[in-house]
Structures are given as C-alpha cells and as structure tokens.
Design a protein around this ligand. Structure first.
Ligand code: PLP
Length: 407
C-alpha cells in the first residue's frame, strides 16, 4: 500500500489568497461598474529592463547556431554569472564571497524551501511571525513540527515581530539551531541595522546555530547605513547562508533566476559533533536534484549587472519606491501607524481592528485590494500589507479613493 507523508496533513490550507479572490469576486459581482485596484500580491508589474531583454534575445540566437549551442550547463551556474554576482553584489560592498560559493537557481522560494533538507529532523527551528510562509510550511512538510494549535505549530520557536520591538525580533529565550531572518522584510517592510544583525550572528556563533538570511528585497535599500548582505557582518561567513533573487531586483518573477550563497567556512555538525562543510552538502543536493538555469536566462540575469542594466533596474525599483512613498504619505495623513515603504516595496499598516475587517473596509469603500496581515501569522492580526507593485496611476487613484473613503 502506498502511503502518504502524513506531515502534509498538518499543513493549514492557505486560505489567504483564495479567500481574497472570493471576496474580490463577490465585490465585483455586486459592483459591476466599479473597477478594483490590486495592491495585494507581491508581484512586479513593469516589463524587464531593456538590457536584460537584449541579452536574452542574443543568447537565444546563439543557441540557434552550431557554434553557440549549449546543452546542460554547470548546475551551479555559468562562471560569467557567478563572477558578475560576486563582483557587484558582494565585493563592491566589501563583503567577502567567492564565485564558487554562489549557487544559481530558479528561485529564492525553491532554495529557501529546499535548504532544510540538508539538516537533521531534530533541528530546533526559529521562524519569524509574521513571515513569508515558505520557511514554515517546508519545515512542517519535513516533519520538524507537531500539530497546529492556537494558530501555531508545536515545536517551532516563533520570533515575534511587533510594534514593541519595531518589527525586529529579539533573540529567542530557548536555544535554537536554525534561524530564518528576512530583511528588508516581507510582509512588514522593516529593516535591520548592522548592529542588530551582529547580535544574531554572535548568537549563532555562540550556539553553533545557522542563520538562513533571505535578502530577496535588498535592492530596495536606500539607507546607506543598512546591510544589503549578512556577509557585511563580521563572522557571518561561518554561520550564515544567504538567499538572493532577481525577481524583485530586475523584474524576473516570471523569468526565474536567483541564487544562494553558501560560504566554505559555514559548518554544521553530525551526531558525534564532527564538523561538516555545508557547501559540500548543498553542492551535492543541488547537483543531484537540479539541472541549472537556462543559458538565455543566465545571460539576461548577468545583463542586469551591466552598466546600463544597473541604471535600468535602479529606475525600476525607484519607481516602486516612489509608489511606496505615495502610499505611506496617504496612510500617515489618515492617522494610521505604519512601517516599511522606505527601503522596501511593502507598507505594513496597523489598523487597530481585525485584519479581514480592514481588508473588507478598503475593498467595499475604496475598491482597493490589500493583504490581511493575519495571513502571515498570528502577529499579523490587526495589520494589513499594501504593496507598491503597480502602476503610478493605479497607486495614486487607489490612495485618493482610500483617502476620501476613510477621512
Ligand atoms: N523570499 C521572499 C521573502 C519573498 O517575498 C519572495 C517572493 O515573494 C521570495 C523569496 C521568492 O523569490 P523567487 O521569486 O526568487 O522565488
């Protein structure tokens, strides 16, 4: 008899986006004349930068020639991309990362979900609340948690991100082995300073723990004092893996290219306390289960780091940040407390009421779709997330409508 992995039965059905879709559909049926503006989902809306499109086309043309054709590439990514990434994303910021420590992939979602495979099942896991749900669900699937009670999985240490700690969690009271951190944060839009991040790196070093640092939104950082990479912090190479993505940086959500950094010094331990390099383990896993990102996509990704690519991607992100500023200003003028939006595409708003009631209010009165904070964890209750990913025109119209409906 074929049996299922019963840990999957513990997973909570993600009602979040289906519930949003249902409410939007009902609103549209009752208000056929009103158009709805969606500021809910975290997906980019602008086309690919021209430099990436050209490199993409050129690489496809190359593949059409006998001399330029390529079959399977290196699973870890082509050297031209790995070297470009290292020079631009790390060495330019004084962070030590070598090109053979870069693992190019088709997404930070896959990598941040798959990485837990190389760790023991009795790993004690600390996960932020609210959170990008992938970290939590993949550990549930693996069997690292108990059942779901009172909006939380037994066995997980939740790192609460609240108004009280300005959305940067405190160190856990109990000892943990694996810590997920994401900055700039999805969903709160909050950032972490170098001093705050150093506290986590020191904790990991003192406790032989590992930090999984998700920097998918680092390109939105405009405050020069903030770290873009955890490797800007002394000692991090021994205790941190970092996830990066071109999804939000260069509009690659539909094109798919990301990468994970596993420094050679980064260690984990066997039952007898023997040290093992995570680089070798991840390399083994990556080469066994993944056959590389396509050549044209890697060429398009490398073009995002060219001189013109940098200007174009910065312009893309500046546009979303300007949207975020417009959203923050309108929300602030209405008297709501909020965080995010200055170094992040997300604005996290304290509604002082149930998240879904707040969602319904914006939909019914303004025809604007946001994301209820409760969908990201228990600590998200009372909040909504508004995303800056939309056209300027739609953002301005949405905020005008919200302002006149709520003021
Ligand atoms: N990490 C965070 C925090 C995200 O919010 C997202 C996407 O929304 C991802 C990773 C996924 O990135 P990718 O598109 O590279 O899979």
């Amino acid at each position: 008899m074929i049996k299922i992995n019963e840990h999957y039965l513990k997973l909570q059905a993600s009602y979040l986006f289906s519930n949003i879709a249902k409410r939007v559909a009902a609103f549209q049926e009752n208000n056929p004349d009103k158009d709805v503006i969606k500021l809910g989902i975290g997906d980019v809306t602008n086309p690919l930068p021209a430099a990436c499109v050209k490199a993409f086309h050129d690489a496809v043309d190359e593949m059409a020639t006998e001399a330029g054709f390529r079959g399977y590439g290196p699973e870890q990514g082509y050297d031209f991309l790995r070297e470009t990434i290292v020079a631009n994303d790390f060495q330019a910021r004084g962070a030590e990362v070598n090109s053979d420590e870069i693992f190019v992939s088709d997404g930070a979602k896959c990598d941040s979900g798959n990485i837990q495979e190389i760790f023991s099942l009795d790993t004690r896991v600390a996960i932020p609340d609210p959170v990008y749900p992938v970290y939590l669900d993949t550990n549930v699937m693996a069997g690292r948690t108990g059942g779901y009670n009172d909006d939380r999985y037994d066995g997980i240490v939740y790192l609460e991100s609240t108004r009280e700690n300005n959305y940067v969690p405190d160190l856990p009271q109990e000892q943990v082995d694996m810590i997920y951190l994401c900055f700039p944060n999805n969903p709160t839009g909050s950032t972490i300073s170098k001093e705050q991040l150093k506290v986590w790196v020191d904790y990991a070093r003192d406790n032989k723990a590992l930090i999984l640092f998700d920097a998918a939104y680092e390109a939105f950082i405009r405050d020069e004092s903030l770290p873009h990479s955890i490797y800007e912090i002394e000692g991090a190479r021994e205790v941190a893996i970092e996830f990066r993505s071109l999804s939000k940086t260069a509009g690659f959500t539909g094109t798919r290219c990301a990468y994970t950094v596993v420094p050679k010094e980064c260690m984990a331990y066997d039952q007898n306390g023997g040290r093992h390099a995570l680089h070798a383990l991840w390399n083994r896993r990556h080469c066994t289960k993944f056959n590389g990102v396509s050549y044209p996509v890697q060429r398009a990704a490398a073009a995002a780091f060219s001189a013109e690519g940098k200007v174009q991607t910065k312009a893309l992100i500046d546009g979303y940040l300007e949207n975020a500023k417009i959203i923050g200003k309108a929300i602030g003028q209405l008297g709501f407390e909020y965080v995010g939006g200055d170094n992040s595409p997300y604005i996290w708003i304290w509604g002082d009421r149930d998240s879904w009631d707040f969602f319904d209010l914006l939909l019914d009165k303004a025809g604007v779709v946001c994301t209820p904070g409760a969908g990201f964890g228990k600590c998200g209750q009372g909040y909504i997330r508004i995303s800056a990913f939309n056209s300027r025109e739609n953002v301005i119209t949405a905020m005008d409508r919200i302002s006149s409906a709520l003021s």
